[in-house]
Design a protein around this ligand. Sequence first.
Ligand code: FRU
Length: 587
Amino acid sequence: MPAIPEFILRKLYVPGSLKASPDGFELQLNNTLAAVTLTGLGLTADEQPCDPQSILLRLPSGQEISAAAVSGDQPFSMTVNTLIGVQVRAPMPRKRLVVRAETREAGTLQFSLPLAGGRPGEKGQSGLLGNLRRKLQSARRAWRTRRDPQHPAYHFTPPANWMNDPNGLICWRGTYHMFYQYNPYDAVWGNIHWGHASSPDLLHWRHHPIALSPDPDGADAGGCFSGCAVDDGGRATLIYTGVFPETQCLARSTGNDLLTWKKHPRPVIPAPPEGLALEGFRDPCVWKEGPAWRMALGSGLRGQGGAVLLYGSQNLTEWQYLGILYQKDPQPTKAVPTGTMWECPSFFPLGEKWVLLLSVCATEGPMTTIYYVGDYHANRFIPQGPARRLDHGAGGCFYAPQTFLSAGGERLMIGWLREARSQDEMQRAGWSGAMSLPRRLSLDKDGGLTCAPLAETARLRREDRQPSSRPSAQMEILAQVQPDAAPWSGVYLEAGPGEAVQIGFDRQQGAVVVDCRPAGGLLSTLPLEKNVEQLDLHLFVDGSVLEVFVDDRQAISARFYVKQPQALRTQWVGDVRASVWNVQKQV
Ligand code: FRU
C-alpha cells in the first residue's frame, strides 16, 4: 500500500494544541481523514521513545485510555471528527515530536511535528521581536529560494515557504486573482493562511500581502482551508473552510483590488447536516444558478466512499442542505480508484454537459485527481461514464485543481504541483509546492475532458525564438514522435552522469512514459487508448517542475530533482522532430 503523504497525516494534529503540562506535555488529535482502528500508538519526543504507560488518551466523553492498553486484541476505534486529548508524562520535546499510529486499515501511519522555531500550528514568539525574527527568517528563505536552481522560474510559487491548493481563482475587473493555501512560517504544511497574487495574463504574477489569516478567536482559528471566490453583486466574496471543526466561512472584500477582507462574524454553515456519517466537510465550490447560489462541498460517507454535498442559498450567508449532489459510483474501476473522501470538488458546465473534478483522498491507494462528465438535474449529478484520471502524473503530483472563467469566457484550470521529496529536503530548501500552468479545458466527442496549455504561454519563450540547444533549467519543448519507428522514441533531459529524465513513447506498453526515477522523482505512465500515427509531446521544464501535454489533450505532471538543472541538455531518441525554446523567468 502506498504511504499516505506526511502532510496529510499531519492534519490529524490540532494546530497549536501542543503545550507543556504540569507533569509533561499534551496535544490534541482530530481524525479528519477516515475512521481507523488503532492497534497501537507511540510518541517519540526529541528522538526519545515515550513509555506507552505514560501516554493517556482522553475522549470527549471523559473516558481515559492508556496507550499501553491499545493493542491488536484491544483496538481503539478512532472515528472521524472526534477530538482526542493526548497527555504525556515525559519532558516537553524541543525539536521534534513523532506520532506513530498502528492501524488495521492503513498499516503504520507516522508523521512528525518539527518544533524548532516555535510549536507547530503556532506563530511562535509573539510581539515585536517575534515578528521581526519571523520576517528576517522569511526574507532569508526567500533569498535562498530565489537562488535555488531547482526553484521554478515561470511556474507560480510564493517567494518562499509552503504552498498547496490554489483557491478563489477569479477574473476580477480584468485582473486575475489567485489565492492559495500558504504557511508563511515554514516550508511544511501547517498554519494555513490564504496567500494572494494577481496577474494581467495568468503568466506574469505579482505577489500581494496575505489575504486571510486564522483568527485565534474565530471559527478558522486552526487554519483557513480551501475555498472559492464569487462576485456577489459587485462585491468579491470568499467562501472557505475554517477548522477545527470544519465549518464554512465567508469574507467580503473591502475594495476592488481584493487586498483587504472583512470576515463574516459567524460560519455560514456551522455544522454538517444531521444524520449523515461524514468523513470531511470542506472546500466549498460556489456558483450562481438563476437568482440562487449553489455550493458543492467535499466529503465522504463513512464506509462507502467519496461524496459531494449540495447546498443552496439566496444570500451566501444562510444555506440550506439540498442533498447529495453525487456519491461514489457503486462499481468504480480498479484502474481509477475513487478513495474514501473527496477534497476540493469543482463543478461547472462545459458545453452541453456538467463536469465534476475531484481530488481523491484515501487512507489506502493513491491520491489522484479524477473527473466525471454528465448531466445535472433536480439537484443531482448523473455521470455518463465512470471516473477518469484528470492528470496522469504519479504520486498525485497534480492535485486540488480549481477552475475559473477567463476574461474571454473559456474554462481554465490550475492545480497544485506537489513535491516528490521529503519534508526534511523541503525544509532545507525553504520552499515547497508550485502551481501548474493554466490549462484550457474542453470536451472531446467521446465525452472525455481534454486539457491544453494556453496558446499565450508561447510569450514566455525567450526573444531569440531560435530553437535552442543551450543547456537550461527553463525550457519549452515541442516534440513530434513517430510511435512505431523504434521501441522507444522521445526526449532525454540529462543534467549529469546518471541524472536524467526520460519522456517518450514506449511501443511495447503502448504508453507515454515519464520516468523521473533517475532524478529523484517517480515513474508516470499514460496508456494510449488507440494506435496513433504521430504523437505531439509538449513539454514545460522549469527547475524541478515538468508538465507534459500529450496531443494537447492529456497531461502528465511530475517533479524531478537534479543537482544542476541549469545544466539540463536535451537528447532525442528514436524518430523525433523537436523544437526547444529557453523560457524566461516571469514570477
Ligand atoms: C487539499 C486539502 C483541502 C484542504 C486543504 C488544507 O490539498 O487537503 O482539502 O482544504 O488542503 O490545506
